[in-house]
Design a protein around this ligand. Structure first.
Ligand SMILES: Cc1ncc(C[n+]2csc(CCO)c2C)c(N)n1
Length: 222
Protein backbone atom coordinates (compact mmCIF):
# COMPACT_ATOMS: atom_id res chain seq x y z
CA UNK A 1 0.00 0.00 0.00
CA UNK A 2 1.45 3.34 -1.03
CA UNK A 3 0.09 6.52 0.60
CA UNK A 4 -0.02 10.12 -0.61
CA UNK A 5 -0.77 13.57 0.82
CA UNK A 6 -4.25 13.28 -0.68
CA UNK A 7 -4.90 10.24 1.53
CA UNK A 8 -4.04 12.36 4.60
CA UNK A 9 -6.62 14.93 3.51
CA UNK A 10 -9.21 12.23 2.76
CA UNK A 11 -8.80 10.84 6.28
CA UNK A 12 -9.77 14.16 7.80
CA UNK A 13 -12.04 15.34 5.01
CA UNK A 14 -14.61 16.91 7.32
CA UNK A 15 -12.14 18.93 9.42
CA UNK A 16 -10.10 19.87 6.33
CA UNK A 17 -13.24 21.37 4.76
CA UNK A 18 -14.19 23.19 7.99
CA UNK A 19 -10.67 24.67 8.08
CA UNK A 20 -10.64 25.76 4.42
CA UNK A 21 -14.20 27.05 4.29
CA UNK A 22 -14.31 28.56 7.79
CA UNK A 23 -16.48 31.64 8.40
CA UNK A 24 -13.33 33.70 8.95
CA UNK A 25 -12.11 32.70 5.47
CA UNK A 26 -15.49 33.37 3.80
CA UNK A 27 -15.66 36.81 5.45
CA UNK A 28 -12.11 37.62 4.33
CA UNK A 29 -13.23 36.66 0.84
CA UNK A 30 -16.34 38.82 0.65
CA UNK A 31 -14.74 41.64 2.67
CA UNK A 32 -17.29 41.52 5.53
CA UNK A 33 -14.86 40.40 8.28
CA UNK A 34 -14.86 42.79 11.27
CA UNK A 35 -11.60 44.81 11.17
CA UNK A 36 -11.03 44.10 14.89
CA UNK A 37 -11.24 40.35 14.25
CA UNK A 38 -8.66 40.70 11.49
CA UNK A 39 -6.38 42.81 13.71
CA UNK A 40 -6.63 40.24 16.50
CA UNK A 41 -5.77 37.48 14.02
CA UNK A 42 -2.84 39.46 12.58
CA UNK A 43 -1.35 40.07 16.02
CA UNK A 44 -1.61 36.43 17.02
CA UNK A 45 -0.29 35.34 13.63
CA UNK A 46 2.87 37.35 14.29
CA UNK A 47 3.43 35.29 17.46
CA UNK A 48 2.50 32.14 15.56
CA UNK A 49 5.12 32.85 12.87
CA UNK A 50 7.87 33.26 15.45
CA UNK A 51 7.08 29.82 16.88
CA UNK A 52 6.93 28.43 13.35
CA UNK A 53 10.43 29.77 12.81
CA UNK A 54 11.45 27.63 15.79
CA UNK A 55 9.68 24.64 14.22
CA UNK A 56 11.77 25.02 11.05
CA UNK A 57 14.88 25.26 13.22
CA UNK A 58 13.75 22.00 14.84
CA UNK A 59 13.33 20.54 11.34
CA UNK A 60 16.98 21.43 10.69
CA UNK A 61 17.99 19.62 13.90
CA UNK A 62 15.89 16.59 12.90
CA UNK A 63 17.31 16.48 9.34
CA UNK A 64 19.14 13.23 8.55
CA UNK A 65 20.51 14.40 5.17
CA UNK A 66 22.09 17.52 3.70
CA UNK A 67 19.14 17.89 1.35
CA UNK A 68 16.69 17.86 4.30
CA UNK A 69 18.92 20.33 6.15
CA UNK A 70 18.86 22.70 3.14
CA UNK A 71 15.08 22.34 2.90
CA UNK A 72 14.69 23.27 6.62
CA UNK A 73 17.06 26.24 6.22
CA UNK A 74 15.08 27.51 3.22
CA UNK A 75 11.87 27.27 5.29
CA UNK A 76 13.40 29.21 8.17
CA UNK A 77 14.78 31.84 5.75
CA UNK A 78 11.35 32.19 4.12
CA UNK A 79 9.66 32.76 7.49
CA UNK A 80 12.22 35.23 8.83
CA UNK A 81 13.14 37.15 5.66
CA UNK A 82 9.89 36.98 3.74
CA UNK A 83 6.80 36.15 5.75
CA UNK A 84 7.64 37.96 9.02
CA UNK A 85 8.87 41.08 7.20
CA UNK A 86 5.68 41.21 5.13
CA UNK A 87 3.68 40.57 8.25
CA UNK A 88 5.22 43.46 10.19
CA UNK A 89 4.62 45.85 7.25
CA UNK A 90 1.09 44.57 6.92
CA UNK A 91 0.42 44.99 10.67
CA UNK A 92 1.69 48.59 10.37
CA UNK A 93 -0.84 49.26 7.62
CA UNK A 94 -3.54 47.99 9.98
CA UNK A 95 -2.37 50.33 12.73
CA UNK A 96 -0.39 47.76 14.75
CA UNK A 97 3.15 48.89 15.57
CA UNK A 98 6.20 46.65 15.98
CA UNK A 99 6.39 47.70 19.65
CA UNK A 100 2.82 46.55 20.19
CA UNK A 101 3.61 43.23 18.48
CA UNK A 102 6.68 42.68 20.65
CA UNK A 103 4.67 43.10 23.88
CA UNK A 104 1.74 40.81 23.01
CA UNK A 105 0.72 37.82 25.14
CA UNK A 106 -0.08 34.62 23.24
CA UNK A 107 -3.74 33.58 22.98
CA UNK A 108 -4.50 30.02 24.08
CA UNK A 109 -5.16 28.95 20.48
CA UNK A 110 -1.70 30.21 19.47
CA UNK A 111 -0.06 28.45 22.40
CA UNK A 112 -1.91 25.19 21.75
CA UNK A 113 -1.20 25.03 18.03
CA UNK A 114 2.44 26.09 18.02
CA UNK A 115 3.45 24.01 21.04
CA UNK A 116 1.64 21.01 19.61
CA UNK A 117 3.74 21.28 16.45
CA UNK A 118 6.97 21.69 18.42
CA UNK A 119 6.14 18.78 20.72
CA UNK A 120 5.23 16.53 17.77
CA UNK A 121 8.56 17.34 16.13
CA UNK A 122 10.46 16.82 19.37
CA UNK A 123 9.08 13.39 20.14
CA UNK A 124 8.85 12.21 16.53
CA UNK A 125 11.00 12.35 13.42
CA UNK A 126 11.19 14.78 10.51
CA UNK A 127 8.15 13.24 8.82
CA UNK A 128 5.99 13.68 11.95
CA UNK A 129 7.07 17.32 12.09
CA UNK A 130 6.33 17.94 8.40
CA UNK A 131 2.89 16.37 8.73
CA UNK A 132 2.19 18.67 11.71
CA UNK A 133 3.31 21.66 9.57
CA UNK A 134 1.38 20.60 6.46
CA UNK A 135 -2.04 22.12 7.30
CA UNK A 136 -0.29 25.47 7.69
CA UNK A 137 1.90 25.21 4.60
CA UNK A 138 -0.59 23.61 2.23
CA UNK A 139 -3.85 24.83 3.80
CA UNK A 140 -3.27 28.56 3.22
CA UNK A 141 -2.35 27.95 -0.43
CA UNK A 142 -5.55 25.91 -0.87
CA UNK A 143 -7.57 28.57 0.94
CA UNK A 144 -6.35 31.29 -1.45
CA UNK A 145 -7.14 29.09 -4.48
CA UNK A 146 -10.54 28.19 -3.06
CA UNK A 147 -11.40 31.85 -2.36
CA UNK A 148 -10.40 32.85 -5.88
CA UNK A 149 -12.97 30.43 -7.27
CA UNK A 150 -15.88 31.52 -5.04
CA UNK A 151 -18.43 33.82 -6.71
CA UNK A 152 -18.90 35.65 -3.34
CA UNK A 153 -15.21 36.64 -3.22
CA UNK A 154 -14.60 40.35 -3.84
CA UNK A 155 -11.27 41.24 -5.42
CA UNK A 156 -9.33 44.50 -5.74
CA UNK A 157 -9.72 47.76 -3.81
CA UNK A 158 -13.33 46.93 -2.89
CA UNK A 159 -12.03 44.27 -0.46
CA UNK A 160 -9.93 45.50 2.51
CA UNK A 161 -8.42 41.98 2.73
CA UNK A 162 -7.27 41.86 -0.91
CA UNK A 163 -3.56 41.94 0.05
CA UNK A 164 -3.98 38.90 2.31
CA UNK A 165 -5.62 36.85 -0.46
CA UNK A 166 -3.06 38.02 -3.03
CA UNK A 167 -0.13 37.06 -0.77
CA UNK A 168 -1.24 33.43 -0.40
CA UNK A 169 -2.38 33.24 -4.01
CA UNK A 170 1.09 34.35 -5.19
CA UNK A 171 3.14 32.01 -7.38
CA UNK A 172 5.78 31.86 -4.63
CA UNK A 173 3.41 30.53 -1.95
CA UNK A 174 1.66 28.19 -4.35
CA UNK A 175 5.03 26.75 -5.45
CA UNK A 176 6.15 26.30 -1.81
CA UNK A 177 2.93 24.37 -1.07
CA UNK A 178 3.46 22.14 -4.13
CA UNK A 179 7.06 21.47 -3.06
CA UNK A 180 5.83 20.48 0.42
CA UNK A 181 3.27 18.08 -1.08
CA UNK A 182 5.99 16.54 -3.28
CA UNK A 183 8.29 16.12 -0.25
CA UNK A 184 5.48 14.43 1.71
CA UNK A 185 4.42 12.20 -1.19
CA UNK A 186 7.95 10.82 -1.53
CA UNK A 187 8.02 9.82 2.15
CA UNK A 188 4.40 8.69 2.46
CA UNK A 189 4.90 6.25 -0.42
CA UNK A 190 7.16 4.20 1.85
CA UNK A 191 5.27 4.12 5.16
CA UNK A 192 3.31 1.07 6.35
CA UNK A 193 -0.40 1.35 7.24
CA UNK A 194 0.25 1.46 11.02
CA UNK A 195 2.60 4.44 10.62
CA UNK A 196 0.19 6.16 8.23
CA UNK A 197 -2.51 5.90 10.90
CA UNK A 198 -0.28 7.78 13.38
CA UNK A 199 0.41 10.45 10.76
CA UNK A 200 -3.33 10.85 10.09
CA UNK A 201 -3.82 11.63 13.78
CA UNK A 202 -1.15 14.34 13.64
CA UNK A 203 -2.57 15.86 10.44
CA UNK A 204 -6.08 15.87 11.90
CA UNK A 205 -4.89 17.41 15.20
CA UNK A 206 -3.06 20.22 13.40
CA UNK A 207 -6.08 20.83 11.14
CA UNK A 208 -8.37 21.15 14.18
CA UNK A 209 -5.88 23.57 15.75
CA UNK A 210 -6.03 25.68 12.55
CA UNK A 211 -9.84 25.77 12.95
CA UNK A 212 -9.38 26.97 16.55
CA UNK A 213 -7.03 29.68 15.28
CA UNK A 214 -9.78 31.04 12.97
CA UNK A 215 -12.32 30.80 15.84
CA UNK A 216 -9.93 32.72 18.09
CA UNK A 217 -9.75 35.49 15.44
CA UNK A 218 -13.49 35.71 14.89
CA UNK A 219 -14.35 35.69 18.59
CA UNK A 220 -11.43 37.93 19.68
CA UNK A 221 -10.51 35.22 22.16
CA UNK A 222 -7.34 35.21 24.22
C1 LIG B 1 -2.36 30.20 11.69
C2 LIG B 1 -1.60 30.22 10.39
N1 LIG B 1 -1.54 29.10 9.66
C3 LIG B 1 -0.87 29.10 8.50
C4 LIG B 1 -0.23 30.24 8.04
C5 LIG B 1 0.51 30.26 6.72
N2 LIG B 1 1.93 30.13 6.84
C6 LIG B 1 2.59 30.34 7.97
S1 LIG B 1 4.26 30.05 7.80
C7 LIG B 1 4.10 29.64 6.21
C8 LIG B 1 5.27 29.24 5.39
C9 LIG B 1 5.96 30.43 4.84
O1 LIG B 1 7.23 30.59 5.15
C10 LIG B 1 2.76 29.74 5.81
C11 LIG B 1 2.26 29.46 4.45
C12 LIG B 1 -0.30 31.40 8.84
N3 LIG B 1 0.32 32.55 8.49
N4 LIG B 1 -0.99 31.37 10.01
Amino acid sequence: MSFTFNDLKKHCEHNWRDYLQHDFVCKLGDGTLAPDAFRHYLKQDYLFLIQFGRAFALAAYKSPTLSDLRHAKAGLDAIIDLELGLHIDYCNQWGISEQELAALPEARATLAYTRYVLDTGNRGDLLDLHVALAPCLVGYAEIASWLTKQPATVRGDANPYEAWIAMYESAEFQAAARAEIAWLNERLAEVPASRFKQLCRIFDDATRLEIDFWDMGLELRM
